[in-house]
Write a protein that binds this ligand. Sequence first.
Ligand code: PNS
Length: 188
Amino acid sequence: MKRNRRRSLAVFPGSFDPMTNGHLDIVDRGLAVFDRLRMAILLNPEKQPLFSVEERVAIIREAYRGNPRVEVDTFSGLLVDYAQRVGASVIIRGIRAISDFEYEFQMALMNRRLNPRIETVFMMPAESYSYVSSRLVKEVFQLGGRVSDLVPAVVLRRLREKYGTPVRPGRRARVKQGARVKQRRRNG
Ligand code: PNS
């Protein structure tokens, strides 16, 4: 039988500041369903990102070098207009927890109202990423916490380039600090 199916394209929009392993997990899941996936970074002049748009594009390019099914682009204006312009009929969004759902549901319904031909598909990352967000990754890294298993290697390198390698107090110092806090609590 002749297979005459147009190659499906899904748009995965977001800020990706920076991309986390949770995003990578959603990309993998998206690729299991759609032929091509385009990560679309919103150009948002109101936000003060850690990584410039150019840096975020470069990070994603590097993470998916050698995988022609993953593309990266930027957009401004309405997401549904962008999706239609590039020939995508699907928007992918990741839902980590119920707390994500209300906002995502609202956005999906608004997007449907704006363009009923574009469908939103929600995907759930692995439970091990359910608490991972770009915001927390940045905060934990800046305070010297380990994020190496939460982001791809390229992001870790870029974080180090940006902040240096933050020093977290050694274990002994942390234990001592904890003991002092407990003692103060006991003393009222
Ligand atoms: O990673 P984020 O910040 O959660 O992504 C949010 C994003 C980019 C998906 C959303 O802000 C968006 O689609 N913005 C484009 C403007 C738009 O279409 N607004 C109407 C959505 S209902």
